[in-house]
Design a protein around this ligand. Structure first.
Ligand code: NOJ
Length: 574
């Protein structure tokens, strides 16, 4: 990236709002656009540049809005199109931008496109989705008759039988989220038209849901297209297979994204932003996706670092090894140094809370570990994303029973795992640590009942720790997690080296201390983060550190020679 022409988003910080859990203005227990409009000062006070809004479109809410039944409207649950326009205007007036969530790998099964598609085998939109007959030799509905053996992300097979036509449709996620067939040019044109409609309305870009899954591989063993989708390798202990090689970054993915860019973004005035969510993407692929010369997307969300504590699946939790984290982040920093750009995140609506997962949410270290993790992430090269509540040090929920969960992925997993013979207590333990509902509990605005989120009954319980951990308590406290995030965001805005400096990893083998430099011209920062409860002598680790000037730290600095538990320092080298 030539330093003389850095795009605006190289110094931007994005804030993600999951609307259902952000702020409820009408007392129905579900967050809404009115609630967001009332809380914009919180974002302005934090200093973020962009609001990424998770889906607010009409939806049966099978997957909390990631199952869209109308791409060009607002679900009454969340408000009206007029309020969305108001949000665009209010953000722009404050110098912020709005990023909409674009969910076009699949629709809801209640979308009129799918209803028309499923109406008959000869429907004009039949080919807009992936319809397939039963596996040869099997009758529809028989066990094993699914056209491929692929396992869905939300448990069970990816194929659902439509009794009326005797054919199956593909759904990589829930059965109420049928996959669109991007091979069909009409589908692509319909999506591009919808995207242009939103840009014309004033939105500033899109976060593209699982966008690297839109191209499915139709090649046979001989490499030629045979029109079929093919079985993947069996998943041990199940009757299903892993189909990911057929749909992650499939053969036409670059062609589709380049076409989307040409059709939707090229030639538009204005500072837009596109970020593609891409599970399984490699650094090499990300270089291609984010190379400005190829004009596909500005940045991608990669998943390597949030998979480092997974065993055979996300429910099989392993401790995070620091050297794995360094190797991974280091490779992404180096891989996208000269071409492309990183996005940086710990939290989002699909991940458990980072302070509980990678930090230490005990009373002793919660504040310090939350601010330490934040410093580590925000000092990397790339665009940081803050997920609602992360800036308050919000932690996982103390779930004790299955009835407390709402998430379709968690509930499906429980049914499937228990019916396959797993111990229900162990399944609950895994859900408690990894369920997406940990991220989705209401934002803790104050210490009042329901944390100031709603005057009604919240759709998902408020974390009882809101009495202590809330925005009101932190706003004027200079030592709060919130104040620390404010400082990190301001630093990215004020210091070129934070936005654009080169990255070099230090101490790659150290088990607890994560350290690196950022350098731009003569300016060099040294960042040191102790991700452990053990104190270290700083001079023994990094002799140049104790004498360097402190730019920003997360603890009151009484001994420059010692790196205390969960301490993070940003130092300027002479
Ligand atoms: C990724 C989204 O972030 C997640 O919440 C959703 O369930 C799936 N894609 C399916 O849309």
């Amino acid at each position: 990236m030539p330093p003389e022409t850095p795009p605006w988003w190289t110094r931007a910080v994005v804030y993600q709002v999951y609307p259902r859990s952000f702020a409820d203005s009408d007392g129905d227990g579900i967050g809404d656009l009115g609630g967001i409009l009332q809380r914009l000062d919180h974002l302005a006070d934090l200093g973020v540049d962009v609001l990424w809004l998770s889906p607010v479109y009409p939806s049966p809410q099978a997957d909390n809005g990631y199952d869209i039944s109308d791409y060009q409207g607002i679900d009454p649950l969340f408000g009206t199109l007029e309020q969305l326009d108001e949000l665009i205007a209010a953000l722009h007036a404050r110098g912020m931008k709005l990023l909409m969530d674009l969910v076009v790998n699949h629709t809801s099964d209640a979308h009129p496109w799918f209803e028309e598609s499923r109406a008959s085998r000869t429907s004009a939109k039949r080919d807009w989705y992936w319809w397939r007959p039963p596996r040869p030799g099997f009758a529809a509905g028989e066990p094993g008759a699914e056209p491929t053996n692929w396992q869905s992300f939300f448990s069970g097979p990816v194929w659902e039988l439509d009794e009326a036509s005797g054919e199956y449709y593909l759904h990589l996620f829930d059965r109420r989220q049928p996959d669109l067939n991007w091979e069909n040019p009409q589908v692509r044109q319909a999506v591009y038209e919808m995207m242009r409609w939103w840009l014309d309305r004033g939105v500033d870009g899109f976060r593209m849901d699982v966008i690297n899954m839109i191209s499915k591989d139709l090649q046979g063993m001989d490499g030629a297209e045979d029109g079929h989708l093919h079985d993947g390798p069996p998943i041990p202990g199940t009757s299903l297979g892993d189909g990911s090689a057929s749909y992650l970054c499939g053969p036409r993915i670059h062609e589709f994204l380049a076409e989307m860019h040409r059709e939707v973004f090229a030639g538009r005035d204005g500072a837009l932003l596109t970020v593609g969510e891409m599970p399984g993407v490699t650094v090499e692929q990300a270089r291609l996706f984010t190379d400005p010369d190829r004009a596909e997307v500005d940045m991608v969300f990669q998943f390597e670092h949030v998979g480092l504590d997974h065993g055979t699946s996300k429910w099989d939790l392993r401790p995070l090894r620091m050297r794995d984290l360094k190797a991974s982040f280091g490779r992404w920093q180096t891989g996208l140094a000269d071409v492309g750009w990183n996005s940086l995140y710990w939290d989002n609506h699909d991940q458990p809370r980072a302070v509980s997962r990678f930090g230490d949410d005990s009373p002793e270290f919660r504040r310090d570990s939350a601010t330490c993790l934040a410093t580590l992430l925000h000092l990397h090269r790339g665009t940081p994303y803050v997920y609602q509540g992360e800036e308050l040090g919000m932690a996982n929920f103390p779930f004790t029973s299955l009835e407390q969960f709402r998430d379709v992925e968690s509930l499906n997993h429980h049914v499937q795992a228990v019916s396959a013979g797993s111990d229900p207590g162990e399944v609950l333990t895994a859900l408690r640590a990894m369920s997406r509902d940990n991220a989705r509990t209401p934002v803790q605005w104050d210490a009042s009942p329901n944390a100031g989120f709603t005057t009604g009954t919240p759709w998902l319980a408020v974390n009882p720790d809101h009495l202590e951990w809330n925005a009101a308590a932190q706003r004027d406290d200079d030592r709060s997690v919130l104040a620390h995030y404010r400082r990190l965001i301001a630093l990215r805005h004020s210091d070129d080296v934070v936005a654009l400096g080169d990255f070099t990893m230090l101490l790659p083998e150290h088990d607890d201390v994560y350290a690196f430099t950022r350098a731009l011209g003569d300016d060099e920062l040294l960042v040191v983060c102790n991700l452990s409860p053990t104190a270290y002598r700083l001079a023994e680790l990094l002799p140049e550190a104790p004498a360097a000037e402190l730019v920003l730290g997360n603890l009151d600095d009484d001994d420059p020679a010692e790196l205390r538990p969960w301490e993070a320092r940003v130092l300027r080298l002479p």
